[in-house]
Design a protein around this ligand. Structure first.
Ligand code: SAH
Length: 349
């Protein structure tokens, strides 16, 4: 990252306008520059409708982020494609593009690494390196769309990192990606997944963005959840579900819950019964997903028979359930796996 220069792609049109008014330029330049950046311009010299003197001025003051593709893997089985990007400081992050009949979805990373420490997750194994800038989150949407050659209509913040642990950059990204002059993804086509940082779930509710909030629950009781997810030791399941209930009251948007099924850990009848009891009144949706095996952990996925029985119990007890297959099993599509495999290979060289 260039010292002294500012990150122009992390700015909203109103912020660009403020800059242009300070330097005595016309306000409409903000809209022009914003449009260039969001159509993927990687240098100011590409902005041909700006006078050359202005392009030089911008170049002296700002930098434009643009990641480099390190690896691209297309799944043979389900049409998903995984990208490994290298950022300007050499950090590597992943995004996954999934093609569905209802539109193309990109799953983006929000941090380099993660400090949440969930025991089943590859992204957190090396800890947190740094937060991504709003521009670096946006670039994953811009450049994977460019690679695909098609519009990406859905964005999910479910890649590497904990979005609510990078709150201000993530909310700036949300404002930028939904802006009518930019890529303009509808807020209702955005999902954000969190391990449950309750103060920031509260803060997000105040932003009143009509996105879908997904909470990684993975267990209905404190004993099991604290074992899997250290965040639970600070705020237990009860407080988390209360916060989710308040989020729904404030935003009118129902929260969905992710539940990775892990053999012998969170997939017993007792867990199903407690989960159904606790979620019954919420009208929420539960996504059951068999755990993706990661090299760093002995935990195994529940059998498909057990996943089916667990789902049936929940449904019989009034819970909406989807069994999701883990996409891109053949391309290490669970978050953090391609990055950690790549790091490992580099270390061996
Ligand atoms: N930090 C955020 C988003 C990143 S992970 C969160 O915790 O929600 C996206 C989802 O994948 C989360 O639900 C996470 O718990 C889940 N996940 C991580 N590793 C997994 C694995 N090995 N198998 C199945 N799901 C996994």
């Amino acid at each position: 990252m260039m010292r002294n220069k500012r990150d122009i792609k992390s700015m909203l049109p109103a912020e660009l306008e403020e800059y242009f008014s300070i330097v005595g330029e016309r306000a409409y330049r903000a809209e022009q520059v914003f449009r260039w950046l969001h159509s993927g311009a990687a240098a100011f010299c590409e902005m041909t409708n700006l006078p050359e003197t202005l392009r030089e001025k911008l170049n002296g003051e700002f930098y434009i982020t643009a990641p480099e593709i390190v690896d691209k893997q297309a799944s043979q089985s389900d049409g998903s494609t995984k990208y490994l990007w290298r950022l300007s400081d050499g950090s590597e992050i992943e995004s996954v593009v999934m093609e569905h009949d209802y539109g193309n979805t990109v799953c983006v990373s929000t941090q380099v690494g993660c400090r949440m420490g969930c025991v089943f997750c590859a992204s957190t194994q090396g800890g947190l390196v740094r937060n991504l800038a709003a521009s670096e989150i946006l670039d994953q949407v811009l450049f994977s769309g460019k690679e695909l050659g098609e519009k990406l209509s859905n964005v999910v913040l479910m890649g590497i990192g904990e979005p609510l642990d990078n709150f201000s950059n993530v909310t700036q990204f949300l404002k930028i990606v939904t802006h009518p002059s930019g890529i303009c993804v509808g807020a209702r086509h955005i999902s954000l997944s969190t391990c449950g940082i309750i103060e920031n779930i509260d803060k997000l509710a105040d932003y009143d963005i009509q996105l879908t909030l997904t909470v990684s629950l993975h267990a209905p009781d404190d004993e099991t959840r604290s074992l899997l997810m250290p965040i639970n030791r600070a705020n237990g399941v009860g407080k988390l579900l209360d916060t989710c209930g308040e989020y729904f009251l404030k935003t009118g948007r129902r929260i969905s819950y992710e539940y990775a099924m892990i053999e012998g850990v969170n997939d017993t009848h007792r867990h199903a019964e407690e989960l159904a009891r606790k979620l019954k009144k919420t009208g929420s949706h539960v996504n059951l997903i068999p755990l993706s095996k990661i090299a760093e952990s002995p935990l195994k996925a529940s059998s498909s028979e057990n996943v089916r029985m667990f789902a049936e119990y929940l449904m019989k007890n009034g819970i909406n359930v989807t069994i999701r297959r883990s996409l891109g099993g053949d391309i290490s599509a669970s978050c953090g796996q391609l990055r950690s495999r790549h790091k490992c290979q580099n270390n061996r060289q």
